[in-house]
Design a protein around this ligand. Structure first.
Ligand code: NAD
Ligand code: DAU
Length: 375
């Protein structure tokens, strides 16, 4: 038996959100053994976790979540008592081109994690006691909302309305995914709930809005555009840039995951979001203004980089998460104002050009071999 109080497997820990969750848990819980399980696809970057490499309560396993036998063997060997499952294919545009990979990783991979945990935990004398399977999902499973508030009019935000309409996604909203990505995440959410309802497995699902912050792969809007502004490259805005997304700073998501993992009710679902809706084009203009200012350029001078391109097929118009349940029941609220979060994020990407260069050149993929191959 190990000396650690708990052993938690975090899947997808080399990715964007996963790396923040791994760092938070390794720092905050020296008495937990945190095992990062990641296949290191193009989106997995162990350099995101350089600062915690070598910590006594952290280890890394290069594994595919679909590899049921290896995952099950690892759970037995390490006496895993918690799983925080983030590993997934996460980019909507890629899912439109290659839906099979999304079904494999997001659906079969989740099922494989669930089944491995179930077999292991059911074999123990205490069974489910002290165990937890926490699945990280997205607001995109709920489908799309309309923009119902005309441009320039003010919503009744004190009465719970949003700047673009009064309709929000709550936890009881019916699932209506539109993209292959969101369809695969919806399917995985259903499997997690099915394991709770059928076998009594202690599961939790959370559905979060768009995350932003350091270490995000530069295929996603915010890091891609900051890097393009820096290098004065075109900014490809899909459609008219009218779509609305609800943005949350990634460390606030990680804090919510910590809270829910420890205090959430099993069998339950929680929405996570910042009540922070932005039309894409307005957000892009903020990014340009902040990046220009930090780079010492005339603010807004890079707006001519905006290039309207063909819209994403099936592009959901608006997402808006109601995270009221999480704040009422567990007292969570985002810690950062958006202006502060964007300033930190732009500065991070500009200050970490080497990280960006290693990602865009592909050199980040050599890090695993240099650190782990001969261990
Ligand atoms: P990401 O693409 O940055 O990272 C995904 C990680 O999973 C990578 O490290 C990758 O190597 C790993 N991975 C992929 N396939 C794997 C496999 N078969 N086996 C093991 N590891 C594998 O993703 P992200 O943006 O950090 O998202 C993490 C999770 O959070 C996903 O489940 C996503 O659906 C969910 N989510 C993301 C957001 C967001 O805004 N990014 C919002 C809500 C929910
Ligand atoms: O809502 C949560 C989801 O947010 C997560 O589940 C996904 O994993 C995550 O990728 C993100 O999905 P989006 O599709 O909303 O994120 P993305 O950064 O790809 O796009 C944000 C918005 O910007 C979206 O309306 C599409 C638009 N966009 C995106 C890119 C990459 C552009 O206009 N141009 C671009 O080049």
């Amino acid at each position: 038996m190990s000396d650690f109080k708990r052993t938690i497997l975090i899947t997808g820990g080399a990715g964007f959100i996963g790396s923040h969750v791994v760092r938070l848990f390794v720092d905050k819980y020296p008495d937990y053994h945190i095992i990062n399980i990641d296949k290191l696809t193009y989106a997995g970057n162990l350099e995101n976790l350089k600062d915690i490499e070598g910590r006594p309560n952290y280890s890394f396993e290069k594994l595919d979540v679909c590899d049921f036998d290896s995952i099950h063997a690892l759970m037995l060997r390490e006496h895993a008592d918690g799983v925080i499952h983030l590993a997934a294919e996460s980019h909507v545009d890629r899912s439109i081109k290659d839906p099979f990979t999304f079904a494999r990783t997001n659906v079969m991979g989740t099922l494989s994690m669930l089944q491995a945990a179930k077999l292991y935990w059911e074999s123990l004398p205490e069974k489910w006691a002290g165990k937890r399977f926490y699945h990280i999902s997205t607001d995109e499973v709920y489908g799309a909302l309309e923009i119902t508030r005309p441009e320039g009019t003010k919503g009744n935000e004190e009465a719970g309305g949003g700047p673009f309409g009064d309709d929000f996604f709550t936890e009881t909203r019916k699932y209506q995914p539109h993209s292959p990505y969101s369809a695969s995440k919806a399917s995985s959410d259903h499997f997690v709930r099915a394991f709770h309802d059928t076998y009594g497995m202690p599961t939790i699902v959370t559905n979060c809005s768009n995350n932003y912050g350091p270490y995000q792969f530069p295929e996603k809007l915010i890091p891609l555009f900051i890097n393009n502004i820096r290098h004065r490259k075109p900014l490809p805005v899909y459609g008219r840039g009218e779509n609305v997304r609800d943005w949350l700073y990634v460390e606030d998501h990680a804090r919510a995951i910590d809270l829910i993992f420890h205090k959430g009710t099993t069998g339950d679902t929680y929405n996570i979001g910042g009540f922070n809706e932005w039309k894409n084009i307005d957000l892009i203009k903020v990014l340009i203004r902040v990046t220009d200012r930090i780079l010492g350029r005339a603010e807004g001078s890079d707006e001519d980089l905006i290039t309207y391109v063909t819209d994403r097929p099936g592009h959901d118009m608006r997402y808006a998460i109601d995270s009221g349940k999480l704040s009422r029941e567990l007292g969570w609220k985002p810690s950062l104002q958006f202006e502060e979060g964007i300033e930190k994020t732009v500065r991070w990407y500009l200050d970490n050009q080497e990280w960006m260069d290693r990602v865009t050149s592909g050199d980040y993929q050599k890090y695993y071999d240099s650190m782990y191959k001969n261990r």
